[in-house]
Unconditional design. Structure first.
Length: 393
């Protein structure tokens, strides 16, 4: 399987993967487990558990991990670039259009496109629940953990939840309950490239925090946010507001326009960084585009530098029996984290009024009863939302 084919696959996903990181998991599972069968269900859940436990963008780390599994480091970078390109292009275009007073996008259009994510995410959560929770005890654990995650906002700390679940699984499950894999999650990881990525990450971290940070404080803040904050785009992006608005780098209206647009378009939410760089830089178009890409790289640091090390460490310990017993409970915890994020973050951010409920009903009807493709639903609802905005405005 060549890099061109894999890049095309991820480029197509980058064009249709609406709804943010939780929805992307559903798209990836349908594409790589159910349709193309590139991954077994257990492999997919293992990759997801690794990425959930890391700071930074979960779905982008999943893309990198799947690319690494299929073809090595070069393929992983091709996959990440291909998946991110559509959203980065649109976010830079939005930044150029808005900062140069060339573009207007109504809130109703953004809402209409965003609601498509809800049925997609809901189905993904239900499918993972059905696959990983076969016994009554597992179902009870899923529901109890979901409730705890929601009421105490613990989905912001996935590493703690996953580790606690691993301990529970290692203690309660027996060896007879397990179906130990004979093949490693990822074969033949180049350890020198892993160590090189780690050294590069440490070097950039030191440079930004000790040397360059005083000259480019925004880059330092973006890089540290990607490296140190768990929870993905739904957590990182709102936290960026305090820095960029309080420091008067951009206005609050400029921030929330980009934030809303980032949730309405396909691809990773972290592409929002390219919008920030475009809006916050000088008047030259070339400078805006360059800074958009630089801001994007800064926020993506955790994906580029931490993910290879995490995958390498996983492969080293995954065949240890006690470790594998814990993973069975980790799969349930991953499903609960996705469910809690869906209920606490995705639904409230999209369902904000009666118009969003109407758009939601249309998307559910078109997706489940009419079996329309997701890209077609997005285009149709976007047009309806635009028309609705023209009438109401």
């Amino acid at each position: 399987m060549n890099n061109t084919f894999i890049a095309k696959t991820f480029l197509r996903l980058g064009l249709v993967s609406f709804g943010g990181p939780t929805a992307h998991i559903g798209y990836f599972r349908d594409e790589f487990v159910k349709e193309k069968k590139w991954l077994l269900e257990d492999d997919f859940s293992s990759l997801l558990a690794i990425c959930q436990a890391l700071p930074g963008p979960t779905s982008s780390q999943m893309v990198f991990s799947i690319g690494l599994k299929k073809g090595g480091f070069l393929t992983a970078y091709f996959a990440l670039i291909a998946f991110s390109f559509p959203s980065v292009f649109l976010m830079i275009l939005l930044g150029l259009g808005y900062s140069l007073n060339l573009l207007f996008l109504s809130q109703s259009t953004i809402t209409a496109v965003s609601v498509v994510a809800i049925p997609v995410v809901g189905l993904a959560v239900f499918s993972m629940f059905r696959n990983f929770c076969s016994s009554n005890l597992e179902k009870i654990y899923f529901f109890v953990l979901t409730i705890i995650l929601i009421f105490f906002d613990l989905f912001y700390y996935p590493a703690i939840i996953l580790f606690a679940s691993w301990l529970a699984g290692a203690f309660f499950y027996k060896k007879s309950d397990m179906n130990i894999k004979t093949q490693p999650l990822i074969e033949n990881i180049n350890k020198y490239l892993v160590y090189g990525s780690l050294i590069a990450g440490i070097f950039v971290f030191i440079q930004l925090n000790l040397l360059v940070g005083s000259i480019y404080p925004s880059l330092k803040h973006l890089f540290n946010s990607g490296f140190l904050i768990f929870g993905g785009g739904h957590v990182v992006l709102p936290l960026l507001h305090d820095w960029f608005v309080d420091q008067e780098i951009i206005s609050s209206n400029e921030f929330f326009l980009g934030y809303g647009f980032a949730q309405a378009i396909p691809g990773p939410l972290f592409s929002f960084a390219s919008y920030l760089g475009t809006v916050a830089s000088g008047p030259l178009v070339s400078e805006k585009i360059l800074m958009g890409l630089v801001y994007l790289f800064a926020l993506y640091g955790s994906t580029l530098f931490l993910t290879p090390l995490a995958l390498y460490m996983w492969v080293s310990i995954e065949k240890i029996p006690v470790f594998f017993r814990g993973i069975k409970a980790v799969n349930i915890a991953v499903s609960a984290i996705l469910c809690s994020c869906f209920l606490k973050l995705v639904l409230p951010s999209i369902i904000t009024g009666y118009d969003s409920l109407v758009f939601l009903g249309m998307s559910v009807f078109l997706l489940y009863w009419f079996k329309a493709p997701i890209w077609g639903i997005v285009i149709l609802l976007g047009a309806v939302g635009y028309g609705f905005g023209m009438i109401s405005g």
